[in-house]
Design a protein around this ligand. Sequence first.
Ligand code: CDP
Length: 245
Amino acid sequence: MNDLALRTRRVIAIDGPAASGKSTTAAAVADRLGFAHLNSGLLYRAFAWRTLREGWDETAESYASRIAGVAIEFRTAPDGLQLYIDGESPGEALHGRDVAARVSAVASVACVRVAVFEQLRAAAGHLDLVCDGRDIGTTVFPGADLKIYLVADASERARRRLLDFGDGTDEEKVIEEAERLRRRDEADATRELSPLRKASDAIEIDTTSTSAPDVVDRILALAKQRGMPPRRGIDPRTPLDSNLR
Ligand code: CDP
């Protein structure tokens, strides 16, 4: 076996509740390290989108009989990995409110979790990864090289999500959105399989009043300590959307 075959791929796990900034942060960290970014939530959202579009019955039997017919893959695109479901890119539809309202129920179904788990583990077989989600550090990659757990105040998370939607951020809307996020977090944290939980060896970062570039810099410093230095020759501050997703 040569050196390349012996090389183990590196994984950084970023977990946390809804809209805590995982995806924006993971994308920027991956970019700076030259790793691929894998957003596991997108896979659950893709399944949820498909169940809504085809009106799947919400029973375990219905999911088990239909899931084998769903082909999900990540293809390499200039701005990272792009998700395809049966050859189609659902794009922004995955971030709509109907998908968000359905996704926690879909993510609690065992065969869906197995399908996502297999995709994520397969990717880690050939790519260095920054993977974000709910159970990445606890279940998917318990041996990850670095585990981060992002948190933020509920109203700040709600405000960010409203900005994502392009909606106003008046107080009433923030309260409503915070309640939607709270319900999803509760469903994710109390389900039987792989609940949302901070891994015992994860480092918690509160993003409520920390800027996105500062959160990224903190994670990069931790990555460097663990033998994952940033790529050379790139702008030390990746321009980031001020709105954390
Ligand atoms: O972006 P946001 O934080 O709102 O959510 P997401 O990362 O897109 O995840 C959407 C949903 O997928 C979550 O609410 C969970 O129900 C589920 N999920 C999961 O169960 N396990 C993961 N590793 C990632 C997401």
